[in-house]
Write a new protein. Structure first.
Length: 384
C-alpha cells in the first residue's frame, strides 16, 4: 500500500485489555457480546472481533446484515446478532439464515415476514432470533403491545428458535436519570410476559457500555458494549481503566512563518496575533474532520498541544505554532486525537458531541489504518 499522509493507529492490545477489563466486571453468568458494527466503530470489524473473541467475548453484535455477512466471509464462526434490516430484501435474509447469523426482530411485521419465509424453506432450515422490544427509547424495536403477537407468530414458525429478548437504553450515560430503572422494569415485565406464553427466553440483554460499567444489576444473561471496548468512558468523569485504541495522526507538510496581522485559511477568520509560525496538517473535512471543529481542536506535536486556527478546509488545517519554541518541523507528526494529543472524549465534549461520533469520523482512502499490539501482557492471539 502506498504511504498516505495520515494514519489511524489502532492498538489491538488496548482492545484486548478493554475486553478483559469489561469481562472482569460482569455479573456472574453474564456473557459479553462485543459490538463491532460500523466497521468496529471504525477500528476494523474483523480485527476487533478476533481480538475480542480471543479475550473473552462470547458473541458479536452488528447493526446490518451486510456487516454480519462480511464477518462470516472473513472466517469468523462465533455467534453474531444483527438487528438492522428491512423486509424488502428477501435474498439477503436467506443468506443470513444460511450463514447461521442470529436475527434481531424489531417489529411485528418482521416477525410475520420471517415466519412466512421459514414456512417456505426446506425442512431442517433453522434460524435463531432475538426479539427487540421497546422499553422507552422509541427507536428500532417493537412496541410492548406487539411483543405477544410477534412471539406467538415466531413460536409457530418452523425452524425458529427464540433465544430471548433485548432492548436498548436511552439514558444510561446519565447515571442519575430514573429512565434507566423505568426501562429495566418494562424489560423485566416483557420477559415475564414472554415466559407466560411458555417460552424459555434464556438469553436477554439490555446493557450498552454505560450500563455494562455502571449497572451490574441489569446485566441479565448478556451485555452488549461497543464504545468501552474501544477504550472510551461512556459516562463522563467515570474511570474504569479503559485504554483508547485509536490515534489519528498526520504528517506535517509545511511549516511557514507568518507575520502579525496576516490571516490564514478561508475568510481569514484567524489572524496571527504576533510574528510566528504555522504548520499545515493535510487533513480536512473530506477525511472526516468536522468543519465546525474550528476553535475546539488542539493538535498534539511531540507532546505539546497547539491550537488549530482558522477554517477547516477540505484537505488541510492550519496549526498556530506561536514562536515555535519546540522547533516543530516537517519531520514531526501531528496527532488530531489519541496518544500524544487530545483524547477523543475531550475533543467530543468540546464540540458538544460524543466520542462515538469522533472515532467514527476519520475515513477514506487518504488515511491508512495501522495495527499495533503494544500492550504488555495483553493477548492478541486472535488477531491474524
Ligand atoms: C442495539 C445496540 N446495542 C449496543 C450498542 C452499543 O452501544 P455503546 O457503544 O454505547 O456501548 C449499540 C450502539 O449504539 C446499539 O445500537
Amino acid at each position: 500500500m502506498a504511504m498516505t499522509l495520515a494514519r489511524l493507529r489502532i492498538n489491538l492490545g488496548a482492545i484486548a485489555h478493554n475486553v478483559r477489563t469489561i469481562q472482569g466486571l460482569l455479573a456472574p453468568g453474564a456473557e459479553l457480546m462485543a459490538v463491532v458494527k460500523a466497521d468496529g466503530f471504525n477500528h476494523g470489524a474483523t480485527r476487533v472481533a478476533r481480538v475480542a473473541l480471543a479475550n473473552g467475548a462470547a458473541r458479536l453484535g452488528v447493526a446490518t446484515f451486510e456487516e454480519a455477512l462480511e464477518l462470516r466471509r472473513e472466517g469468523i464462526e462465533a455467534p453474531i446478532l444483527a438487528w438492522l434490516w428491512s423486509t424488502h430484501d428477501e435474498a439477503t435474509v436467506l443468506r443470513v439464515i444460511a450463514a447461521g447469523i442470529d436475527i434481531g426482530v424489531t417489529s411485528l411485521e418482521q416477525a410475520e415476514f420471517l415466519a412466512a419465509l421459514m414456512k417456505a424453506q426446506p425442512e431442517g432450515t433453522t434460524v435463531r432470533v432475538s426479539v427487540k422490544v421497546d422499553t422507552g427509547i422509541h427507536r428500532s424495536a417493537m412496541p410492548v403491545e406487539d411483543l405477544g403477537p410477534a412471539l406467538v407468530v415466531l413460536r409457530e414458525a418452523p425452524g425458529v428458535e427464540i433465544s430471548g429478548l433485548f432492548s436498548h437504553l436511552a439514558c444510561a450515560d446519565d447515571p442519575d436519570n430514573p429512565e434507566t430503572d423505568a426501562q429495566a422494569e418494562r424489560f423485566r415485565a416483557a420477559i415475564e410476559s414472554g415466559r407466560r406464553l411458555g417460552l424459555e427466553l434464556p438469553l436477554n440483554h439490555i446493557c450498552n457500555s454505560a450500563a455494562t460499567l455502571s449497572r451490574k444489576d441489569l446485566h441479565f444473561g448478556m451485555v452488549r458494549p461497543g464504545l468501552a471496548i474501544y477504550g472510551h468512558e461512556p459516562i463522563l468523569g467515570h474511570e474504569n481503566d479503559l485504554i483508547p485504541a485509536m490515534t489519528w495522526e498526520s504528517d506535517i507538510t509545511v511549516v511557514h512563518p507568518i507575520k502579525a496581522g496576516e490571516g490564514s485559511s478561508y475568510s481569514l477568520t484567524w489572524r496571527a496575533p504576533k510574528d510566528g509560525y504555522i504548520a499545515i496538517v493535510p487533513m480536512g473535512y473530506a477525511d472526516g474532520l468536522p468543519r465546525n471543529i474550528q476553535d475546539h481542536l488542539e493538535v498534539g506535536i511531540n507532546g505539546h498541544l497547539y491550537p488549530q486556527v482558522g477554517r477547516v478546509c477540505m484537505d488541510q488545517i492550519v496549526v498556530d505554532l506561536g514562536d515555535n519554541p519546540h522547533q516543530v518541523s516537517t519531520q514531526d507528526v501531528a496527532v488530531i486525537f489519541g496518544e500524544g494529543g487530545l483524547d477523543a472524549t475531550t475533543l467530543a465534549t468540546r464540540m458538544g458531541s460524543i466520542s462515538h461520533e469522533i472515532i467514527c469520523r476519520p475515513k477514506g482512502p487518504r488515511i491508512q489504518r495501522i495495527y499495533e499490539t503494544a500492550m504488555p501482557g495483553a493477548s492478541v492471539a486472535g488477531d491474524a
